[in-house]
Design a protein around this ligand. Structure first.
Ligand SMILES: Cc1cc2nc3c(=O)[nH]c(=O)nc-3n(C[C@H](O)[C@H](O)[C@H](O)COP(=O)(O)O)c2cc1C
Length: 365
């Protein structure tokens, strides 16, 4: 199948592939810049940016961590991330991913727009007020992540009523994706909620609203997978995990090697203080935690609203800001390493260019 250019709002992607935003620190300037340079949409994760470049933009720390959401989701670091990515991709379309569940969501969204994002993608909650926060940036395309036609309906209804605007694109994320899920544990393993079964109703719903491209996400790995979901009605795909297996991905080798060595049976869902099940690698740290051996939870960064300043973290046994940032700093003993259900399929690192050639033309080209 020939992959053709696609428009998201005012921006045209050469290929209908979005590299999913991966926080903390997984899709930063190197990965996102390289993906955009190769004609897909590179997406910078704009959360936890205080950890960029060894926390050099953080002016207020406690226990070695960025103190407060303002320092954790750091404006100056976000600007530097975009500058560094632009040095790689020039003026090719470049996106930002911002979880709706974070504290300071509105401010972080404005920061990303000001820093030069062309597309903002938001999941982990229904971004009902997204157009309000982006009102000063009419060229920035807005793309919510949904997991059901109902969620799309609710968002679109509110946006039309309040802002006379419809989403510029939709990412439909199924239950094989990495990190946080838009489903309960039971739904994640129920075939009713498989991406293959969600795509048609969501595409139908999108058609009733307007001309909205739907990007399917979760477990997509090869050109044939892309073809399959586009034949089922998607306009394109969003892929996360496979991009971790690239030379340019921003995480240290510890993270990449963990995925290269991990087995399918080691990838599982666990609780998260964000309030959704999250998928990652079962490391010794996860085993210890499940056995009740937890680390102190201080809530220095106050990162996500549903955690209620550490209340949920204490319930599930870990602070998500501290554990994800330890992963991105290569700390195997205390990090939590998110992955999609296909993480075990990474067997060696490819350049983004090589990977894009495989995705666009098929594995053998
Ligand atoms: C390590 C990791 C971190 C992620 N972090 C985020 C995030 O911060 N925000 C978000 O919207 N999605 C996040 N995701 C989801 C991806 O953007 C993507 O939609 C999803 O992983 C697609 O499934 P795949 O990994 O099987 O390709 C993350 C995924 C992974 C693997």
């Amino acid at each position: 199948m020939e992959l053709r250019p696609i428009k998201i709002g005012k921006h045209t992607l050469k290929y209908p592939i979005i590299q999913g935003g991966m926080g903390v620190g997984i899709s930063w300037s190197s990965l996102a810049g390289s993906v955009s340079r190769e004609g897909a949409l590179g997406v910078i994760s704009a959360i936890g940016t205080g950890y960029y470049k060894n926390r050099q933009f953080v002016t207020n720390s406690q226990f070695g961590r960025p103190a407060t959401a303002k320092e954790f989701h750091n404006r100056e670091a976000t600007f530097q991330l975009f500058k560094d990515a632009r040095a790689i991709c020039g003026d090719a379309p470049l996106g930002a991913n911002i979880l709706h569940a974070i504290n300071d969501y509105d401010r972080v969204l404005r920061d990303a727009c000001e820093a030069g994002a062309d597309v903002i993608i938001t999941g982990a909650g229904l971004p009902m007020n997204m157009p309000e926060y982006a009102a000063d940036f009419p060229d920035v395309a807005l793309a919510p992540i949904v997991s059901s036609p109902k969620a799309l309906r609710l968002i679109a209804k509110r946006w039309e009523q309040r802002y006379k605007r419809i989403p510029d694109a939709i990412v439909l994320e199924g239950p094989l994706s990495g990190g946080h899920q838009g489903f309960t544990y039971d739904q994640c393993v129920d075939p009713v909620y498989a991406l293959e079964n969600l795509i048609k109703p969501v595409v139908e719903e999108a058609k009733t609203i307007g001309e909205i491209p739907v990007f399917a996400a979760g477990g997509i790995w090869t050109h044939d997978d892309i073809k399959k979901f586009m034949e089922l009605g998607a306009s394109g795909v969003q892929m996360g995990t496979r991009f971790i297996g690239t030379i340019e991905c921003d995480v240290p080798d510890v993270y990449k090697n963990l995925l290269i060595s991990c087995k399918e049976s080691q990838i599982e869902l666990f609780h998260s203080p964000v309030g959704y099940p999250a998928r990652g690698v079962r490391t010794k740290f996860i085993e210890d935690m499940s056995a009740g051996k937890t680390l102190p939870i201080k809530c220095v960064s106050n990162c996500v609203a549903p955690c209620k300043s550490g209340e949920e973290a204490r319930k599930v046994g870990y602070c998500i800001a501290d554990r994800l940032s330890d992963a991105v700093e290569g700390k195997l003993d205390t990090g939590i390493f998110f992955t999609g259900s296909n993480g075990h399929r990474i067997d060696r690192l490819l350049s983004v260019k090589e990977l894009m050639t495989k995705l666009v033309y098929g594995e053998d080209k």
